[in-house]
Design a protein around this ligand. Sequence first.
Ligand SMILES: [Zn+2]
Length: 458
Amino acid sequence: MYRIADVAVVDPRDGTVTPHQDVRIADGRIAGIGATDGPDGDPTTVDGQGRFVVPGFVDMHAHPLNLADPTHELDLMLAFGVTGYRQMSGAPGRARPAVDDRTPRLLATPCSVLTPLNAGKPDTAVAEVRRQAEAGADFIKAALITPEVYLAVQAEADRLGLPVVGHLPAGIDPLAASDAGFRSIEHIGPGLGVLSGCSCHEDHRPPAASPIKAPPFPIPFADKIAERLLRRIVVNPAQLTSPAALDSIRATIDGFDEDKARELARHFAANDTWNCPTLIRIKAQQFCDDPAFAADPDLRYTTAKERKTWTAAAAAFHRKFTEAQRAVFADQFAFQLRMVKILDEEGAPLLAGTDAVGAAWVVAGTSLHDEFDLLADAGLGPVRILRAATHDAARFLRREHEAGTVDVGKEADLVLLDADPTAAVANLHTVSAVVRAGRHHDTGALSALKERATGRRG
Ligand SMILES: [Zn+2]
């Protein structure tokens, strides 16, 4: 048992700040909260004076477990206040890592992402969903499947009690996906995705072929092949955008219809269809050659190999697209930001996620802070952003009884901030200590984690 003394407790639901509290921690849980007893001589007491305690941040779209050894990435996440994450890709039978009070909590993971390799047709897809349910998937992640396959997958997953999340199938009306039960839309699409349901422009061409093709017969190691292909595509999927697709993006955003957008957002709210926009991820894709990314000081936390891959991705992006085409991506981003604001205004639920590990320019840990800033750019206030990253993640995961607020009995996964997070989004960056399953990681410990990840050759 120890005490964080004289700290201000922040409620992420409404931004209430209760100053001068003692938060007692025991056995990995919050054991008590009450008016401070003031300082004592106990060396285990943490001085909370002038600091703010919030629930630990949750990165709801991350891929650290894609790495054979994610030690440094998990360290970085913890060091920047990420105490839990949703792993967004998996593999059959991949063992879950040992999770302890020195690593962020793995909150949910799928098995293999559904692609034409394992889910090319409705019957093979249904069999795959059953297999994944047996293998212990927490949810089904759709990526490059057709609307027809998706509907079969959703029906089977409903039967098995598993949520379906991920990428909206190309060519499906987002409203129809919401009605079918799609639980969380990632990357506002991706691609046109949600925006396609918010425009007077209707694209009647068949959607572009998936970059991963269904094999004509079942092949061994399909998962391994898909994983390798995805890993290559995943660095910057925008690179695959065709000139025709760019024309379609241009026409869709030119025909943006705010009434339609609001109606769709209200639909999401009514159906409990969540969005995890991963704005940092889509910005890094759509502005891949922006020199600001290459100059980002947070790159010091990445490996030499990652920096090389990302620099090459930026050069390829610059080579492939004309200035006019890059302007389409830039305009698309403006509408994606606008859409996030509309989603929020209409009560559609939102999550904070990054797509860290594998995605160009998206650095584990620090990227969640980039996401906070971009959500602010979209027009969300600091309390709203804090709520998305804490309480609402718990709500989505149906863990409100365990997490999401600083309350007695809940998991002691906490962040101590040096400045009031309800006053400005920048104050969410002032992480000075992290409590993970009750273990207190002070400023020095967090610096050591960052130091260890810095300047890796890898
Ligand atoms: Zn992802």
